[in-house]
Design a protein around this ligand. Structure first.
Ligand code: UDP
Length: 414
C-alpha cells in the first residue's frame, strides 16, 4: 500500500505538507542512497520502508540498498550490536576479517550507485566500512546510528570508530548517545507512519478476529509486549512482571509477540528461554509472527489495556510509539529512547525492574480512569512529536544543510 504525502494532511494539517514540499525544492533530482542490513524486521527497516517512497514523491531520487552476508557476518554484527549497547563482547579477528571482506564485496556490488550519490546515509555499524572503499566519493556521507551507544564496550567502539570518523556527519536518536567524533552530530528521533498497516485504525471486528485466532479472551485484561526476541528487550523480565501482577489481577493475560529480523542470529535461543519461562501457562501467549504481520501487531496493540516495553537498552523503541499512537499507556524500561517517549504519570511509567513493572500494571488496572487519561496523553504526544512528517522534515533540513550549507546562495524555505 503506497500512501501519498497529501494523505497525511488529514492528520497533520496542510501547513506541514506544504512545508515539506517547499523544503524539498532545492533537493529535486538529487540522488540519495540509504544502506542498512535488513529489509524486514526491526525499526530501521520499518522506517525506511515508509520514508524512501515519500522522499521519491518529493522528487528526490532515493534508493534503499541492503548489505548481505553469511552467518559469521551476522554473528559479528550482532556482537557489535551487543557491545555497543554495553555488553563485554570480544570479537575474534577472524570475524572482523569476515566483516571487512563482506563490506568490500557488497561495496563492489553497489559502487556505481554510491559513488554517484549526492548523499549516502549508512545505517548502523553493519555497512559502516563502505566509506573506506570509496575514496573518490562525490557526495556527502552520513552515519545514522539507531542504537543506544551511551556506554559502549570501548574496544569495540574504538574499532568501529575508525570507520565512522571519515563521515561528513552522524545522526543519533538521543543526545546521550553522541560520541567524540570529528564531524557534526545531529539529533533526529525516529517516527511512525500513522497511515501504515501497522498503525492505521482497524475495524473492531478485525481486532476481535485477531484475538480469536490467537486464543486471546477479549473479556479478560491484556498486557502485550511486541519485540524481536532479543535479550535487551527483556522478554523474561516481562514474563516475571506478568507473574507478579497476576497475584493481584488473577484473570490477566500476556501476549509476547515477536518475529525474527534476518540479521539477528540470537532470536531462536532467546525464544526458547521465553518458552521455558512461560511454561504451560495458558494465560501467556508467545507468538512468533511473520515479518509482514503488521495488521496482526496493530490489532494486538489495540486489543491491549497496557503495552509493555521493558527493555534494558533501547535506541528508541518504535513499539512504544506505536502503542502510544493507539492510545495505550506504556510501561517501559527506564532506558534510552523510551525515556524520550514515556513520562511518568503522564502517558505511562518508566520502570527498572519486573517488580516495578508489576506494581504499575496493578496500579493502572485498579485506576481505569487514569489509564484512559494516560492513553489520551500518549496519543497526543506522538501526534506532536513522533510522526513520519516530522522525521521527513528533519531529514530534508539536514540534506539541504549538507548540500547547500557552505554556499552563499539563499535557500528559500518558506
Ligand atoms: N516488529 C514487527 N514484528 C515483530 C517484532 C517487531 O513488525 O515480530 C516491528 C515493531 O512493530 C516495530 C519494529 O519492528 O515497528 C521494532 O522497532 P523498535 O524500534 O521497537 O526495535 P528494534 O527491533 O529496532 O530494536
Amino acid at each position: 500500500m503506497s500512501v501519498t504525502l497529501q494523505e497525511y494532511a488529514k492528520i497533520t494539517g496542510d501547513a506541514v505538507i506544504d512545508q515539506l514540499v517547499q523544503l524539498s525544492k532545492t533537493l529535486k533530482g538529487k540522488k540519495v542512497v540509504h544502506v542498512n542490513s535488513t529489509r524486514v524486521g526491526g525499526g530501521v527497516a520499518e522506517i525506511l520502508d515508509k520514508l524512501v517512497p515519500l522522499m521519491n514523491e518529493l522528487g528526490i531520487e532515493t534508493s534503499w540498498e541492503v548489505i548481505n552476508g553469511d552467518a559469521p557476518f551476522y554473528q559479528c554484527t550482532k556482537g557489535f550490536h551487543n557491545a555497543l549497547q554495553g555488553d563485554t563482547v570480544e570479537i575474534p579477528d577472524t570475524l572482523l576479517k569476515v566483516y571487512e571482506s563482506t563490506n568490500q564485496e557488497n561495496f563492489k556490488r553497489l559502487k556505481p550507485e554510491l559513488k554517484d550519490a549526492d548523499i549516502v546515509i549508512i545505517h548502523d555499524p553493519q555497512p559502516a566500512p563502505f566509506l573506506s572503499f570509496c575514496p573518490g566519493r562525490k557526495g556527502k556521507w552520513v552515519w545514522r546510528c539507531h542504537i543506544d551507544v551511551s556506554r559502549p564496550y570501548r574496544p569495540v567502539w574504538k574499532y568501529l570508530r575508525n570507520f565512522v570518523v571519515g563521515y561528513d556527519a552522524s545522526i543519533f536518536s538521543l543526545d546521550v548517545f553522541s560520541q567524540r567524533l570529528p564531524h557534526p552530530q545531529y539529533l533526529i528521533s525516529p517516527s511512525i507512519d500513522p497511515l501504515s498497516e501497522k498503525n492505521i485504525d482497524l475495524p473492531q471486528k478485525e481486532i476481535v478476529a485477531t484475538c480469536h485466532e490467537h486464543k486471546i479472551d477479549m473479556n479478560r485484561p491484556l498486557i502485550t509486549q511486541v519485540s524481536r526476541y532479543d535479550r535487551f528487550k527483556d522478554p523474561i523480565g516481562v514474563v516475571h512482571a506478568f507473574q507478579l501482577a497476576r497475584k493481584f489481577v488473577p484473570d490477566l493475560q500476556l501476549v509476547l509477540a515477536g518475529g525474527g529480523a534476518t540479521d539477528d542470529p540470537e532470536g531462536e535461543a532467546v525464544l526458547n528461554e521465553v518458552y521455558a519461562a512461560a511454561g504451560d501457562d495458558k494465560s501467556i501467549h508467545v507468538l512468533l509472527l511473520p515479518s509482514d504481520a503488521h495488521r496482526t501487531i496493530n490489532a494486538l496493540q489495540r486489543a491491549s489495556d497496557i503495552v509493555l516495553q521493558k527493555s534494558i537498552k533501547e535506541g528508541f523503541g518504535l513499539t512504544v510509539t506505536e502503542a502510544m499512537w493507539k492510545g495505550k499507556p506504556v510501561i517501559g524500561g527506564n532506558v534510552g529512547g523510551i525515556r524520550l517517549q514515556v513520562h511518568n504519570h503522564h502517558n505511562g511509567f518508566l520502570v527498572d525492574t519486573p517488580e516495578g513493572a508489576a506494581m504499575r500494571i496493578r496500579y493502572l488496572y485498579f485506576n481505569r480512569d487514569i489509564m484512559a487519561e494516560m492513553g489520551k496523553n500518549a496519543h497526543r504526544f506522538v501526534l506532536e512529536n513522533f510522526l513520519i512528517t516530522r522525521h521527513l522534515r528533519e531529514y530534508l533540513t539536514l540534506m539541504v544543510g549538507l548540500l547547500h550549507g557552505n554556499q552563499s546562495d539563499r535557500i528559500e524555505l518558506g
